[in-house]
Design a binder for this molecule. Structure first.
Ligand code: ATP
Ligand code: MG
Length: 558
């Protein structure tokens, strides 16, 4: 490696990679094992995508491993339904079939044993304070807490009580097991935190086997240690929990314990990610589910037409840091445009049709024109598109009285029909309201595209589809679901909804080459943007397309 690229590589390393490099150099670890630990209590969103790509990316970079671990220690909010959707999303995003799938609940026995071990070491005790009393004893940020009156129970008594808790002898909430650390610690997490509670809840994996469940701060380091995780990467809100994470590992005497590293969550400006808000949008019928293409759950992004590659590019651009910041949605749009630019066919679709009739073209004749699928990428090959006497063009490509610099169709003007011939507008027909319903043109057979015609030039090129062979389709255009101009939230905390976030165009026409487009297939509709076949609503005989993104952007990556 030459010195320039060497330098570039060091500069582009993020702070987590620098920590890992140091750990390897100083022989604290010889491999890298990370994990993505979702709680199966909802759908994954773009923030989780960042964590997934970070963890899987590190494993790849260091030739290590990464696990998908369901952090299912709290049966209250968890549902099996989410387990499957999470695994699907993870596999789609990483392009990897997950064989390293673990469940924290499979470690309940080990966790119970670990709690017993702490009791035996005099590092944990059963406490009978109720929730209110517990709060009073805890102290505040400025005042130390007080020791629980149950703190000095003997090891034997604690062992007996804890076993009885497990055996269902005590009602829910009546007793807890607490770590014995320090009630005067300036870090409230260290003030004898609860590590086990009694709760009679049915668990999706362990059924009714347990009526005691471990708390997150106790369970998580054990899960990591069992799996041999070297670097346990989480978001900043856990920074204050790290001393407890380390305490648990130290007291349980794990050798080569995992190291917790925190990074800043991904936030998108003016984009709703909070579960509470999304749930309400779903319940109020404003969106058609967690995967509504206006949302940023992974399922929604996929349905909208985002690709894993575009999300990976986006995360690369965002970088990883400890500084909280918010990223513009425009950057996500930039990434999907960049990704699809060379990969997708550029086809013709008319979203707001008016009929165009070529009066000097033989009636009933259809000819097939050979066109390139993507001018910038020859590998995508060619296709044939029909041309005939009756076409559809987009309403905005015709004007009766055009302003200056309007180079499209107007009475007396000549334009190129993309991939086809020059046509000249001879007349137009309006209905009783004055709306244009038909444009009548003549064409010049000499001007066929690709024949080397060097005669006169035209300034405008417009797209079209042949009317008798075109497929009718529905097209959905999207805007942000909230009104950014007025601010996302109203004074009462409700969302300021954008009434135009979904526009449904029922009468669109696409080239017949799209007739067998399948769910998630995407295309560039020339001059209009990128569109994706909707996975929920599209049918073979009634295609539905979602606009992923328009072609133009004001966003420039730095
Ligand atoms: P939410 O409440 O938004 O669903 P969460 O943190 O409760 O998020 P978990 O299932 O507990 O969801 O998260 C799994 C992993 O994803 C955790 O490691 C968490 O830190 C990470 N994560 C969650 N949100 C983000 C985000 N916005 N950016 C980066 N990582 C995130
Ligand atoms: Mg959560």
């Amino acid at each position: 490696m030459d010195s320039v690229s060497e330098k570039k590589e060091t500069i582009s390393k993020n702070f987590i990679e620098m920590i890992i490099d140091k750990d390897i150099a100083e022989e604290r670890c010889d491999t890298v094992i990370t994990r993505f630990p979702p709680e199966p209590n909802g759908y994954l969103h773009i923030g989780h995508a960042k964590s997934i790509l970070l963890n899987s990316g590190l494993a790849k970079k260091y030739n290590g491993k990464w696990n998908l671990r369901f952090d299912d220690t709290n049966p209250m909010k968890e549902r099996t339904e989410f387990v499957q959707s999470i695994q699907n999303d993870v596999e789609w995003l990483t392009g990897q079939k997950m064989d390293n799938v673990f469940y924290a609940s499979n470690y309940f026995d080990t966790m119970y044993e670990a709690a017993v071990k702490l009791i035996k070491k005099g590092k944990a005790f059963v406490c009978d304070l109720n929730a209110d009393e517990m709060r009073q004893y805890r102290g505040t940020l400025t005042e130390p807490g007080k020791n629980s009156p149950y703190r000095d129970r003997s090891v034997e008594e604690n062992l007996k009580l804890f076993e009885e808790m497990k055996d269902g002898k005590y009602p829910d909430g009546s007793k807890v097991l607490r770590a014995k650390i320090d009630m005067s610690s300036p870090n409230i997490n260290m003030r004898d935190p609860i590590i086990y509670r009694v709760a009679r809840m049915h668990h999706h994996n362990t059924g009714d086997k347990w009526c005691v469940y471990p708390m997150y701060d106790f369970a998580h380091p054990i899960e990591d240690a069992i799996e041999g995780i070297t670097h346990s990467i989480c978001t900043l809100e856990f920074e204050d929990h790290r001393p407890l994470y380390d305490w648990v590992l130290k007291e349980l005497e794990y050798v080569n314990p995992p190291k917790q590293i925190e990074f800043a969550k991904l936030y998108l400006t003016n984009v709703i990610t909070g579960k509470r808000y999304i749930k309400k949008l779903v319940e109020d019928g404003i969106v058609d589910g967690w995967d509504d293409p206006r949302l940023v759950s992974i399922a929604a992004l996929r349905r909208r037409g985002f690709t894993p590659e575009s999300l990976r590019m986006f995360m690369e651009l965002c970088g990883v840091s400890k500084a909280q910041s918010s990223v513009d949605y425009g950057m996500l749009e930039y990434c999907i445009r960049e990704d699809l630019k060379l990969k997708r066919s550029r086809v013709m679709a008319v979203l707001d049709p008016i009929k165009l009739v070529i009066t000097n073209y033989p009636e009933g004749q259809i000819e097939y024109l050979e066109v390139t699928n993507n001018q910038e990428n020859e590998e995508l090959g060619m296709r044939k598109i029909p041309f005939g006497r009756e076409l559809y063009i987009d309403r905005e490509d015709f004007m009766i009285e055009p302003p200056k610099k309007y180079f499209r169709l107007y009475p007396g003007n000549e334009v190129r029909l993309m991939n086809a011939y020059f046509v000249k507008c001879e007349e137009y027909i309006t209905d009783e309201t004055g709306k244009v319903v038909e444009v009548r043109c003549t064409y010049d057979p000499e001007t066929k595209c690709g024949t080397g015609f060097t005669g006169r030039k035209v300034k405008g090129t417009i797209h079209w589809v042949e009317a008798t062979t075109a497929k009718k389709a529905t097209v959905r255009l999207y805007e942000n679901i909230v009104d950014e101009e007025k601010g996302v939230y109203n004074e009462d905390g409700s969302l300021n909804l954008n009434p135009n976030s979904l526009q449904v165009l029922e009468e669109c026409y696409v080239e017949p080459s799209l007739a067998d487009a399948k769910a998630y297939d995407s295309f560039q509709f020339v001059r209009q943007g990128y569109f994706c076949v909707d996975a929920k609503d599209s049918r073979e005989d009634a295609l539905v397309f979602n606009r992923i993104v328009s072609l133009k952007s004001s966003y420039k990556p730095v």
